[in-house]
Design a binder for this molecule. Sequence first.
Ligand code: ZN
Length: 181
Amino acid sequence: MITRSELKSAQRRALEYLDRAHVVMTAKERERIEVSDFGLSKLEHFGVQTLTYFNTDRICAKQIVLFPNQICPEHWHPRVGTDPGKEETMRIRWGLVYLYIPGASLESAAMDRIPERKDYFTVGKEVILGPGDQITLAPGTVHWFQAGPEGAVIDDYSTTSRDVLDEFTDPDIVRTTKIVD
Ligand code: ZN
């Protein structure tokens, strides 16, 4: 859960990053940055700020903002009916992203950058992505990612996004963010 003032300040801060990355937005879009704390109430450590441009029943495009060292916790996009699950391409627009996928166990340097809840980070093949770098994740691929020390702005292209159905390694995660006054 986050407070309304935390929400407002995270939205303002995300806009600063988007402006720094020269993302063009309408006035309406600037009003609807979403903030997710994954139900962990530690937004500085675990969270994402998102602006969804469109999400049809086939395709989706979003801008993801990560604050310095902020982590999007380990998750995967499962099959939903006949849909094999979200296929997702992340392309870094600004900053640095450490992405982790299956193929190796976590190195201690990466482990050290996780401030808490370390048990819930299991995949450790590191892919370091800077501006212009991109990676496509097949449906069902377990992944998590963390911004570098200056934060990051990511262009995120995918098939239909159904965030509430995403599955997380950490059992305490709740995908819908509760906002309290
Ligand atoms: Zn994902």
